[in-house]
Ligand binder design. Structure first.
Ligand SMILES: [Zn+2]
Length: 239
């Protein structure tokens, strides 16, 4: 009898714990399923402590991934992205930041690896540098942030665009959220980095006007990006 009583006692003690655990598990599963991108986006930032002196610069594409092409196929996006990114790195390094590059040569780096590099380094901001392309007459610069339009990500995009505009470009195409094929989708890097991030399209590689600007104003664009990053950090710190 005594033994049975203890057993029942243990059962009645375990039941609420199992029930609570099951409810929690269901809730998290439901949240992930229903919330989709948004929930994953917010969950991923839990317990992330960034190092405010570390910035991650991500030159888009590289290696076998050329990205977009221009000038009859002789101009590759991956090369333009790297040229500009290396200049941004040098400027920020001179200003006392630790700049983590997802690549600093012509190498293949997966999107997953790029995010891992930034997250592991605890970068405080992530800027992915790209060039746009169009089969028509597309020109100008635009920024892409996560579909949930997080405050600091938007701030970063606004500052980058404003600083670039002060140098001058063909058209301000504004700040977009999500992904070009769907507002609910996201660029991989915006979804999987734990810090505020932004994908910057620095003009169209298919536009002669934008390529001329890119080549002639390259250093000024690099300074503008560095300035936009610094301004964002200042504002995030309430300065
Ligand atoms: Zn690209």
């Amino acid at each position: 009898m005594r033994e049975k009583g203890e057993k029942n006692k243990r059962k009645s003690f375990l039941f609420p714990i199992i029930a609570l655990f099951s409810i929690c598990l269901c809730a998290v599963t439901a949240l992930l399923a229903v919330g989709g991108d948004d929930t994953v986006y917010y969950l991923r930032q839990l317990n992330f402590v960034p190092d405010e002196k570390v910035i991650c610069i991500d030159p888009g594409h590289g290696g076998t991934s050329s990205g977009a092409t221009g000038e009859g196929g002789s101009r590759l996006e991956k090369d333009d992205n790297l040229r500009l990114s290396l200049l941004v790195r040098d400027i920020l390094t001179e200003r006392g930041y630790t700049v983590v590059m997802t690549r600093d040569g012509d190498s293949d780096v997966s999107l997953e690896e790029r995010c891992k590099i930034a997250n592991k380094a605890r970068a405080s901001l992530f800027v992915s540098i790209h060039r746009n392309s169009s089969t028509g007459n597309g020109k100008g610069m635009e920024m892409w942030v996560h579909s949930t339009r997080p405050t600091d990500d938007l701030l970063l995009a606004e500052n980058l665009l404003a600083c670039l505009e002060s140098v001058g470009f063909s058209a301000n195409r504004g700040i977009h959220s999500g992904y070009r094929d769907g507002a609910d989708l996201n660029y991989y890097i915006n979804r999987n980095t734990k810090m505020p991030s932004c994908l910057a399209e620095i003009g169209f590689i298919t536009s002669a006007e934008d390529n001329k600007d890119f080549d002639e104003k390259l250093e000024k664009y690099a300074e503008a990006l560095a300035e936009g990053i610094e301004a964002t950090l200042r504002e995030m710190n309430g300065e």
